[in-house]
Design a protein around this ligand. Structure first.
Ligand SMILES: [Zn+2]
Length: 87
């Protein structure tokens, strides 16, 4: 069953439309960070969904606006740069 929203990749019955963009293995295989775009209102408003999963704990899922996602991206780049300098 395909969704009426062309970019949505969900194929079973769903209330959140989602396109999976990245799934990155992190922390030496102990975690996965996923990035998707999602919409809960028929595609009129599209947000970014960040999922962090680790073994033995429930995943943490945060839905943020595109502007907030850019802020998170900048914060990650800044942190990575500082970590590289201190490592
Ligand atoms: Zn859908």
């Amino acid at each position: 069953m395909s969704c009426f929203i062309t970019w949505c990749e969900e194929d079973s019955e769903h209330t959140i439309h989602r396109r999976y963009l990245s799934s990155l293995v992190v922390s030496q295989g102990r975690g996965i960070v996923g990035v998707s775009i999602v919409s809960v209102d028929h595609g009129d408003l599209v947000n970014v969904e960040l999922t962090a999963s680790a073994r033995l704990v429930d995943p943490v899922i945060v839905m943020i606006t595109s502007a907030e996602a850019r802020g998170v991206g900048r914060a990650l780049l800044e942190a990575a740069g500082q970590a590289d300098k201190k490592g």
